[in-house]
Design a binder for this molecule. Structure first.
Ligand SMILES: [Zn+2]
Length: 123
């Protein structure tokens, strides 16, 4: 479910974390975005290296020092925040449509109570 972005709603590339205003085009997916630069980079990586299915694991922690992992950690957290924000929008829309917390919880494999506690914004 990819789409070209229609506005500058505070989005950023999930890979390089550049804001939408600083990239040529941002393609949005469910909770993640990618800029044209990162698409080109990813395409060149894929073109140069076509691993077998078991080699597709990311990230390759064995090749990263502690400092490199710590440097990347904020980017991982930023992507997690984007995905969480997107998930909240989906749940908000489902609630607007009148879908019950029980059905939302069931879809997520959690209880009605857990869904409500996570997404309702109420105490
Ligand atoms: Zn990017």
């Amino acid at each position: 479910m990819l789409a070209e972005t229609m506005d500058g709603g505070g989005r950023a590339c999930s890979f390089c974390v550049k804001p939408e205003a600083e990239v040529a085009k941002l393609v949005t997916g469910p909770g993640v975005n990618i800029c044209t630069e990162c698409v080109d980079l990813a395409a060149s990586i894929v073109a140069a290296y076509r691993p077998g299915p078991t080699e597709l694991r990311m990230p390759m922690w064995g090749e990263l020092s502690d400092a490199e992992m710590l440097e990347r950690l904020p980017r991982v957290a930023a992507v997690a925040d984007q995905v969480e924000a997107d998930l909240r929008m989906w749940v908000t829309e489902l609630r607007r449509r009148g879908v019950t917390w029980a059905r939302i919880g069931q879809a997520l494999g959690i209880t009605r109570q857990s869904a409500w506690e996570r997404f309702s914004g109420e105490e």
